[in-house]
Design a binder for this molecule. Structure first.
Ligand code: EPZ
Length: 436
């Protein structure tokens, strides 16, 4: 099994490059299933989640070819003969559930495993299922699978209001609505950049969609979509992660440049909070420049749906707060229990107290290097960030979680002057066996 060995106290210098967005690439891959022929996607990150979803698409009959060296993925959906997404794959990655909308949209039927929960708690899909029924699909549950069927004449289409707004449900319902027989409307739709770029791709494929970027999406069903060549957007969560790394590990007064970025996708709340810490920020068209301050100011945040502060950056923000010159709080209004990283950070000496959906983080903390365990994707990267500022060496274990969402992180950070090495280890070795 792999771990990352991180040595603290080494300054981050020079530049980092942001990869393509994981959470946009996945719905783009699902959209490719809607069109007969070969869709080519550029700027696709080389991640485990992309490989997992490629295998899910292959099960249905798609021919998927990845070119990692050029970050390109081609998906030939000429023959989709098996409208299924099996448990063995869906359990690995929740976004596989997008196969429900894609297979309904392409085949008029689907048998998709229900996704489980995740490291930090339940991840319901009730909105996905109720929305599909509102659009005229029949939905049954059979031994952990969702079995969807549309009338022989095709999905009628309908109206559904999401409460709460949901990224995944918006994407799944859009996949089904594009080729429905009639019109459809999604109210209180998500407007995260992932959803906006995905809808722009559907439009390029021939879908008839009004209201992209607003909370009301109107669809007029079309007979079929056409395959396209489309470039994925940069990963806003990786960008935010690197900005936090530069703020805590950069040399005060020395700018760090983050390339291939799409700063607008961060949302104003994150940009405002980041600037309130006193960190220097220059925003370009496809890059940002971050200059660490002598002292970081504590800034309390509350996560919210876009353009609010992203929940996917709250674990990383925790580490920034530990280095600021005073206490502050983080409140997660999206996932009330997304704090599995706090006990692991505690092993590094972090004083942070969780109460309900809020964590209070003390400032001015000198963290200590330690062996720490990844529990989920964003928790694992917060442990790496903590290792950058800790005294001594930190071994971040089970980084298969990290590899789901960050491409070659150790190479990127090492190329910016940091000491981050990938090493193998035996998860079950005990000190005696190691010495023997
Ligand atoms: C997407 O998950 C992202 N994943 C998550 O990123 C991200 O944390 C989340 O959006 C919120 O921004 C992908 O894009 C692959 P939601 P998703 O449906 O679609 C509730 C990462 O680290 N809800 O917008 O599953 C839900 O419980 C991942 O890259 C229902 O109640 O999120 C939550 O409280 C982790 N019923 C809220 O909505 C439903 O049917 C938002 O969830 C669906 C969701």
């Amino acid at each position: 099994m792999d771990k990352l060995v991180v040595r603290g106290g080494v300054p981050l210098q020079g530049s980092l490059t942001v990869s393509g967005s994981k959470n946009t690439a996945l719905p783009l891959m699902a959209a490719a299933l809607l069109a007969e022929g070969t869709t080519t996607l550029q700027n696709i990150p080389n991640l485990k989640d992309i490989a997992t979803f490629s295998n899910v698409l292959r099960v249905s009959g798609a021919v998927v070819n990845a070119q990692p060296s050029t970050h390109t993925l081609s998906i030939d959906s000429s023959r989709i003969e098996y409208p299924e997404a099996p448990y063995e794959l869906v359990k690995k990655m929740r976004a596989s559930f997008y196969m429900l909308g894609a297979l309904i949209g392409r085949c008029g039927q689907a048998r998709v495993s229900l996704p489980g929960g995740c490291a930090w708690g339940p991840r319901p899909v009730d909105l996905h299922l109720k929305g599909m029924e509102a659009f005229g699909a029949s939905i049954d549950l059979d031994e952990g699978y969702v079995v969807a069927q549309t009338p022989s004449a095709g999905l009628p289409g309908g109206i559904y209001r999401l409460e709460p707004s949901s990224v995944g449900a918006t994407i799944n319902l859009a996949l089904a609505a594009t080729t429905a027989r009639g019109g459809s409307r999604i109210e209180n739709a998500a407007i995260e950049p992932d959803v906006v770029v995905f809808c722009e791709a559907l439009q390029a494929m021939g879908a008839k969609i009004e209201g992209i970027g607003t909370r009301t999406l109107e669809f007029e069903g079309v007979e079929a979509l056409q395959p396209i060549s489309f470039r994925n957007c940069p990963d806003r969560i990786e960008l935010g992660t690197f900005m936090i790394a530069a703020a805590i590990a950069g040399e005060p007064g020395q700018p760090v440049r983050l390339n291939n970025a799409e700063p607008a996708h961060l949302g104003q709340a994150f940009i405002d909070a980041f600037q309130q810490t006193g960190t220097g920020l220059t925003v370009g068209t496809d890059y940002v420049q971050v200059t660490a301050p002598e002292t970081l100011r504590p800034v309390s945040i509350e996560t919210e749906i876009y353009p609010g502060f992203p929940t996917d950056l709250q674990a990383q923000w925790t580490v920034l707060l530990s280095q600021a010159n005073g206490p502050a709080t983080i409140t997660d209004t999206i996932y009330g229990d997304r704090f599995a990283h706090i006990p692991e950070l505690g092993r590094m000496g972090m004083f942070a107290k969780v109460s309900g959906n809020q964590v209070t983080v003390e400032g001015n903390q000198q963290l200590q290097g330690a062996n720490v365990m990844s529990t989920d994707l964003r928790a694992s990267v917060s442990l790496v960030l903590a290792g950058l500022v800790a005294k001594g060496e930190t071994h971040v274990l089970r980084i298969y979680h990290l590899d789901r969402g960050y491409e070659r992180l150790e190479d990127k950070l090492s190329n910016a002057g940091l000491y981050v090495r990938r090493e193998q280890y035996d998860e079950f070795a005990t000190p005696e066996t190691e010495m023997a």
